[in-house]
Design a protein around this ligand. Structure first.
Ligand code: 5CA
Ligand code: ZN
Length: 428
């Protein structure tokens, strides 16, 4: 019931359930070491430092269904997980769910629904969409609500480092406490202030020491859910949620922090800044920051607030094969902004049909030429290790399918099918 104070249990870390994993075929040999474009350095960098590869991807705010923009972003990180596994890494993947925040509470209030029921329903739909799209699940799928205790501990360590101040009962993080503030986005302060106002911040609130200081604890508002804490009853700010969950589950330093490009600032800048200060200035949070481009509809960013959305679940209900949706997304490099179109969807359906026909033809032969299939595998691996170049990988498979369908070659179809499944997540 909103308004009820729930004492967070400090010891409890039981994560909410993730979703069922698609099977991933084992491929012969190993893939190349994946490189990824790092927003902070602006360079292409090896994505994982050690044998263990660690990824934190910002997850959904579950107040509406999964749209194509979300799907594209989570498919991008799925490609990274698949490339890492193929290169021999043990992958630790954590994803959060912002299951209490302003947009969720506003939508629930608008529709006269309990915010928890709304969240539970949309999370369930998201799981079903991810499963259908063969997106591999994170090992830990963590809601903000279940993480209240560790978020409070995190805020206490910010307070111990003298980084917090109070404003009318709300607690703010002073960005002046972090000398490295700005190193993720590299944006100048005027741009930061503008983006902060657009994306959930409050740069103009009177009384703040700096317009870019961020809320880490909002004092309880009438009619809103609140949790007890050392800072009084309230709920967490957005950036501190990801900083606390990522460092709790992956450690002070991990390989990749991932999200759409709309999260570069303020979200990823502030999460990194919080974590640096909470860790006493030593740890640097993510070694790399990966950002996916925005999917648009008719030239406008697809967003829940604009309402110009194409839902994965609606396409599925209309009978669209989820593998067609996945291929329509993979036709665009993850870092690009692009427009979702009917033509793109039709082209993906066409491509899937061609690939399936080619595999069926190849399967009829006596095993085909394994060397040609191994060459295809090497080329696909090469493309995916190069900043997840899915369009390049699709072109490799297209050439193979064209050759098979024009009867000029019959490489081992089962190895091609396994390559496409394991590395691109497309079941033929
Ligand atoms: N819960 C926060 C992250 S902690 C959040 O941004 N939720 S979200 O539901 O708004 O977005 C989930 C993910 O989808 C984020 O990585 C976001 O950057 C990405 N995303 C949202 N809209 C689009 C879009 N139009 N195109 C591509 N990615 C998008
Ligand atoms: Zn986040």
């Amino acid at each position: 019931m909103p308004g009820t104070l729930a004492r967070p249990s400090l010891g409890s870390l039981a994560a909410m359930e993730s979703w069922r994993s698609a099977s991933v075929p084992e491929l012969p040999g190993h893939g190349n070491e994946p490189r990824i474009s790092d927003t902070a350095s602006g360079e292409l960098a090896v994505a994982a430092d050690g044998r263990a590869a660690t990824l934190y991807a910002c997850g959904i705010t579950p107040y509406d269904a999964t749209h194509i923009g979300h799907a594209a972003t989570f498919i991008a990180w799925d490609l990274l997980v698949r490339a890492w596994r193929d290169a021999g890494h043990e992958v630790s993947y954590v994803q959060n769910v912002t299951d209490v925040d302003d947009p969720l509470l506003e939508r629930a209030a608008r529709d006269g629904e309990d915010w928890r029921e709304l969240a539970v329903r949309e999370i369930e739909l998201y799981r079903a969409d991810m499963t259908a799209l063969r997106v591999l699940p994170p090992a830990s799928f963590v809601g903000a609500v279940e993480a209240m205790g560790l978020i409070e501990r995190f805020n206490l360590s910010l307070a111990r480092h003298g980084a917090l101040y109070e404003l009318d009962g709300d607690m703010y993080f002073a960005r002046s406490s972090d000398p490295e503030f700005g190193t993720v986005s590299g944006f100048d302060p005027a741009v930061m202030i503008e983006l902060s106002a657009e994306r959930g911040g409050d740069p103009a609130r009177p009384g703040k020491k700096d317009p870019l200081d961020a809320l880490v604890w909002l004092a309880a508002r009438p009619g809103e859910p609140a949790w007890e804490s050392e800072f009084g009853p309230g709920r967490p700010g957005w950036h501190v949620e990801c900083a606390a969950i990522a460092t709790e589950y992956l450690g002070a330093v991990f390989d990749v922090q991932a999200g759409g490009s709309d999260l570069i600032f303020p979200h990823h800048e502030l999460s990194a800044s919080h974590a640096r200060v909470a860790g006493g200035g030593g740890p640097m949070f993510a070694r790399r920051y990966a950002h996916a481009g925005m999917v648009r509809l008719d030239g406008e960013k697809m967003s829940k607030s604009l309402g110009n959305l194409v839902f994965v679940s609606a396409l599925r209900s209309a009978g669209v094969d989820p593998m067609v949706i996945r291929l329509a997304i993979l036709a665009h490099h993850y870092r690009q902004d692009w427009d979702w179109t009917e033509e793109g969807l039709a082209a993906a359906a066409d491509r899937l049909a061609r690939w399936r026909s080619a595999v069926a033809l190849g399967a009829g032969g006596p095993g085909g030429e394994r060397s040609a299939a191994l060459a295809l595998l090497a080329e696909v691996r090469d493309r995916m290790a190069d900043d997840l170049d899915a369009p390049g990988a699709l072109a490799v498979v297209d050439r193979w399918a064209d050759a098979v369908l024009s009867d000029s070659a019959a490489p081992a179809a089962s190895l091609v099918r396994e390559t496409v499944d394991a590395l691109l997540g497309v079941a033929l």
